[in-house]
Ligand binder design. Sequence first.
Ligand code: MG
Ligand code: MG
Length: 248
Amino acid sequence: MVVIKSNSEIEKMRRAGAITAGALKAAEEAIRPGMTTLELDGVIRRFITSHGARPSFLGYGGFPASACISVNDEVIHGIPSGRKILDGDIVSVDVGAYIDGYHGDSAKTFAVGNVDKKVLDLMKSTEESLYLAIDMVRPGTRLGDIGAAIARHNEQNGYSVVRQYVGHGVGKDLHEEPEVPNYGKEGHGLRLQAGMVIAIEPMINMGTAAIKVMPDKWTVKTRDGSPSAHFEHTVAVTAEGAVILTRI
Ligand code: MG
Ligand code: MG
């Protein structure tokens, strides 16, 4: 069932969204070559808890850290560890914060030091596709139209769309209905209504779309070893259009 939120619920979600956005900003300011992904996770955890919230991901399905941190060919769900971030890496950081009964969910891929121009282009295309999808959000838009637009933008640039993982509704639960795929058929799928809150999160690979889950049962990597980018916002559907709840 797709939950329709009242205006006062969406107001509460602004707080969760703002803390989520702040945690990503703190990660962006802290990230540097030589830092471990576990140290970066600590920055995020401290930001969230010092603002009175709880990291949504910590303990979710047994996940052992506050953020998912995925480097280069890791697509999503990377577990923070002693791995050192190197000059030239791209690092996808996915964060959730829970406060006042609601979650926020947002992700961004950061370029660390001197990153190959081809990889920067992948990041740019992925981020552009998130914002073009957000621009389509209003009552009546169908999820198939949004997914098709995300896929078209990235495929025209020569990239491929991960299909096994998708966006989702957000609210009292981190993952609610509906699923929000990054591919689809125009004119098909659920119609958005005012009061829906969705996380739109394109995961785009430079090579093929194929992925594999590592033996740690969390980390998702591209099968061909090519880099992957991930950008996500939590977005409320209102009569006036999209309101990004995880924007700084
Ligand atoms: Mg996320
Ligand atoms: Mg999400």
